[in-house]
Design a protein around this ligand. Sequence first.
Ligand code: UD1
Ligand code: UDP
Length: 354
Amino acid sequence: MKVVTVVGARPQFVKAAPVSRAIRARGQEVLVHTGQHYDQSMSDIFFEELQIPHPEYHLHVGSKSHGAQTGEMLTRVEEVLMKEKPDALLVYGDTNSTLAGALAAAKLHIPVAHVEAGLRSFNRRMPEEINRVLTDHVSRWLFCPTETAVRHLSSEGVTEGISLVGDVMLDVVNFNRKLAEERSHILSELAITPKSYLLVTLHRAENTDDPARLGAIVSALNELTMTAILPLHPRTVGKLEQFGLQITNPNVRVIPPVGYLDMLQLEVHASKILTDSGGVQKEAFFAQVPCITMRDETEWTETVELGTNVLVGANSAQILEMVEQFTVDFSEVPAAFGDGTTATQIVDILEKEL
Ligand code: UD1
Ligand code: UDP
């Protein structure tokens, strides 16, 4: 079994960690980093902490418009595939790196495996929605995290090659939770105590690129009365500056993006999490921390149905109300998103079929 894996953005490094480990135990993996994320704190730190193998190819594509970035990745991944001639190509999630990898392989008749298949927001204005729909429709193996994802695919006429394997991010949380507790000193570095702070992340284009939405979120943050820790994505740093918006509330501590172990530690010990991230919504669920999501819809509908996550859009009043009032009794919440063996299940299937 020879698999080319294409990653490029922070959430993909996290998801690739356990799957790369499982593939390399049984076959050959050629890891391609597109360079979509490139800052030390957005890329290298994940390879070091999660012990992801050094990429065999680094394409250094960097930040560009959607078309330029995806197009350059497509050309460069195609070159790698023609040289390496793998049995399959593996991609994760819904970024431009995902789409470029999948499209390059599909055109060369190399079968595509998509981890996190079938997710839908039904909002075609999100670049991620376009990326995931297109990737699913050229994939040979569709590894779905939830039954909802399986249903979405079947309603689009995709019924072959689907496997319900749970969510690979649970594998990663389980593997690293104790390590984070041992190795991360982020709480003492920030002089915060468990359950005394709100953890915030903010980076979705639909929020950051719309001055009205970003302004409403910033105005809610500026009203917060409890300590908030905000590891800020570089996209958002740029957009705040561009729109002349400032976080002036001394309760909100804006810090650079943190590594995975620090992030996990911050998540596990937060009193609540306020986010627009996909991955962080699920990690809040695994950490049993109430999640307030600054989006109008979510792909992770199970978290809302189970009552652990609430959608507040970019509405200042709702954000502040939920930060005050939203609580969850996790003793009533059943497990979801599989059993933490997703990486092994994926590699079992690939090994059997290749
Ligand atoms: C991308 C994904 C998004 C995912 C997010 C995870 C797409 C279309 N979007 O969004 O689905 O949730 O990654 O974090 O693929 N930048 C840096 N340094 C970096 C990386 C980015 O400064 O290492 C800045 C650049 O100004 C860049 C901007 O962030 O233009 C946006 O980066 P980009 O990769 O285009 O999109 P993300 O917002 O990171
Ligand atoms: N993450 C991190 N440090 C941060 C912010 C996020 O390690 O400062 C991790 C987070 O724990 C999760 C992943 O990055 O595992 C999610 O990535 P992101 O929110 O950028 O993307 P999304 O999941 O929304 O696509």
